[in-house]
Design a protein around this ligand. Structure first.
Ligand SMILES: CCCCCCCC/C=C\CCCCCCCC(=O)N[C@@H](CO)[C@H](O)/C=C/CCCCCCCCCCCCC
Ligand SMILES: [Ca+2]
Ligand SMILES: [Zn+2]
Length: 262
């Protein structure tokens, strides 16, 4: 019986052929494309430094966990081991749980629950999901992907109340990257026969890059609403890096202090 750490002991095997470009890395492109998470994390911290200076813990925590996701995903695609698969999925689950605990707007808390009760609910749900994730690991990734639909729903509700064109534009670009990402993920899972027939089985590595791009837009959006709701003494402003006039830009949030009266 193979050990849970051994190569190819995972329940899933992505479309990319194994050990083609390296004798030690099972899925070469799926492994190296995780570099996206190692770029994403410092980029979020650097660009949104105004927010970090005022409220350091949430973004440091989430960025740190995104590095952990990148590291476990690298290990998973390198080995395709059962442990690698679970570490990859559980690190995503816990990153989402931490992000929800820090940033979920109070306005959306289930009616009878206050702040501390919501944290308990998130914690208990995450622990139960962690235990259940050992039952059928292949289903975990589908369940995790469903969380994006809840984020889409919250974004839609917030946009209805927001007149800032920049925020709408940022949300639209985020949704575009996410739609491309999820299409790549699904097509790698379901249409592998087709991609292998045309010798192009690389859609899962596109997913890594595209989901990191969508998070590069999602995090400033969440920060924007967090400042609006939770830091009323500041006004959030969306800026684009490197500058507004570039065709491809990365959004980030700066904080403006409303003019103080002497
Ligand atoms: C108020 C809430 C704020 C939420 C902030 C968002 C925090 C995001 C946290 C973690 C997401 C990391 C996802 C990276 C996955 C990389 C690893 C990977 O590719 N694993 C695959 C196997 O190699 C596995 O099959 C993938 C599983 C599915 C993961 C689904 C993650 C959903 C993330 C939602 C992001 C939404 C962005 C835009 C939404 C419209
Ligand atoms: Ca494979
Ligand atoms: Zn992956």
């Amino acid at each position: 019986m193979p050990s849970i750490f051994s190569y190819q002991s995972a329940e899933v095997d992505w479309c990319e052929s194994n050990f083609v470009r390296s004798a030690v890395i099972a899925e070469y492109y799926n492994t190296i494309s995780n570099v996206s998470f190692f770029v994403l994390s410092p980029a979020l911290l650097y660009l949104n430094r105004d927010y970090c200076q005022k409220k350091a813990v949430p973004l440091y925590f989430v960025s740190g966990l995104l590095l952990v996701v990148g590291a476990f995903s690298t290990y998973f695609h390198m080995t395709l081991s059962y442990v690698g698969q679970l570490l990859d999925e559980l690190s995503i689950l816990w990153t989402l749980a931490v992000a929800y605990s820090f940033w979920y707007p109070q306005a959306y808390f289930p009616k009878p629950l206050g702040g501390r009760h919501f944290l308990w609910l998130t914690g208990i749900t995450t622990v139960i999901s962690t235990l259940m994730s050992f039952v059928k690991p292949t289903l975990n990734a589908y369940a995790l992907n469903c969380i994006a639909f809840h984020l889409l729903y919250m974004t839609w509700r917030e946009l209805k109340k927001c007149n800032d064109k920049r925020v709408h534009r940022m949300a639209a670009v985020m949704v575009m990257w996410w739609a491309l990402a999820i299409t790549s993920w699904i097509s790698d899972r379901w249409l592998c026969w087709l991609w292998q027939a045309i010798n192009f089985p690389y859609f899962h590595s596109f997913w890594h890059v595209l989901i990191a791009l969508s998070l590069l837009y999602c995090c400033p959006l969440v920060i924007y609403f967090d400042v609006t709701y939770e830091m009323p003494s500041f006004k959030p402003k969306l800026e684009y890096w490197p500058s507004d006039s570039w065709p491809v830009v990365v959004p980030y949030v700066t904080l403006e202090e409303p003019h103080k009266q002497c």
